[in-house]
Design a protein around this ligand. Structure first.
Ligand SMILES: [Zn+2]
Length: 167
């Protein structure tokens, strides 16, 4: 990927113009009910960045979110789930305790591993679907990731039904 400052990446990526929450809104969240985690500065696929930029995305997003929220930030999720061993090591060095991929995985708050999977939930999920997701009913999807990646490399993203969760 071409070397550029994250600020330039913001200008080039319309996804980054989305206003999610203000600092005041973050501070108003009940810390006993809602935890906050970082998702990078500019939402790039981390493994496509050079080491210096990847480290900046991982470290600076943690620091800035801590400043904005007044909380310690210990969770990171990789944009698009894109990660490798180097990116995981950068998360560990930055002080994160957990780094999430997009591999569907049962929720286990006692898991000691830094790298974990996650299952996307939507406001439109009903109580049964939320229960199923929370209890690992979608874990088989994580097991199919290598096959889906192979299919995508052969057929591209145009093939129906092989797209991985985008965030
Ligand atoms: Zn995302």
């Amino acid at each position: 990927m071409e070397e550029s400052e994250p600020a330039l990446a913001v200008a080039a990526n319309p996804e980054l113009t989305e206003v999610v929450m203000s600092s005041a809104q973050l501070n108003a969240l009940n810390a006993s009910l809602v935890s906050l985690g970082s998702h990078s500065l500019t939402h790039p696929p981390i493994t496509r960045l050079d080491t210096q930029w990847a480290r900046k995305e991982i470290e600076d997003s943690r620091r800035r979110l801590a400043e904005l929220s007044g909380r310690e930030i210990i969770d990171f999720s990789f944009p698009y789930g894109d990660h490798d061993a180097s990116a995981v090591a950068m998360c560990r060095a930055a002080g994160y305790e957990t780094a999430y991929s997009v591999t569907a995985q049962e929720v286990d708050t006692t898991c000691p591993e830094l790298l974990r999977g996650r299952t996307k939930v939507e406001p439109s999920d009903g109580p049964i679907e939320f229960f199923l997701k929370f209890n690992g009913a979608y874990q088989w999807m994580g097991d199919s990731v290598p096959l889906r990646k192979t299919m995508r490399s052969i057929f591209g993203n145009q093939a129906p039904g092989i797209r991985v969760q985008p965030h």
